[in-house]
Design a protein around this ligand. Sequence first.
Ligand code: SAM
Length: 172
Amino acid sequence: MRYGHRPGRDKRVTTHTALVARAFGANGFILGDVVDEGVYRVFRKVLDYWGGDLVFEMGVDSAKYCVNWRKNGGVVVHLTMYGIHIDDVIDEIRSLNKDILVVIGAKKVPRFFYEIADYNVAIGHQPHSEIAALAVFLDRLYGGRELHFKFPGAKLEIIPSKSGKRIKRTPL
Ligand code: SAM
């Protein structure tokens, strides 16, 4: 879940977080509190061509979403440089075997999210990027397996190549 998206300035970064969520194995992407059709359009287009059946929600109340997620038995992980180092919690989080709501910020994240989170997790304790933080978190969660996932319904598939670009196209 992306918190704090500002349509005027975050479109590209938020779109990239959605694409990273998909490519690194998330089951859905939630744009909290705002509706941004531009982000959805790009995401939808990538799903149409490259496959995947992720859930996409936007305009939901981020705070309520977290509360309900926990009520329904899920765990909330907030990515923040102030949290516990990922190396010290990732095995525990994985072993819970629960649905995980990963919260990433844009603008200043209110205290509420630090408190509702079951885990405040730092991808190192330096300030960097929500895109990088999400990618590293998911990669550690899956132990790298996610980079081999196949996406159902893909019309385009890369054929790995030492040089040039090779793409397998499934006729529409
Ligand atoms: N200025 C904002 C604040 O003080 O909360 C944070 C801006 S930061 C560019 C945007 C998001 O990137 C953060 O909310 C957090 O989710 C993520 N992030 C950046 N560095 C991180 C780190 N070292 N570990 C985990 N998440 C990080």
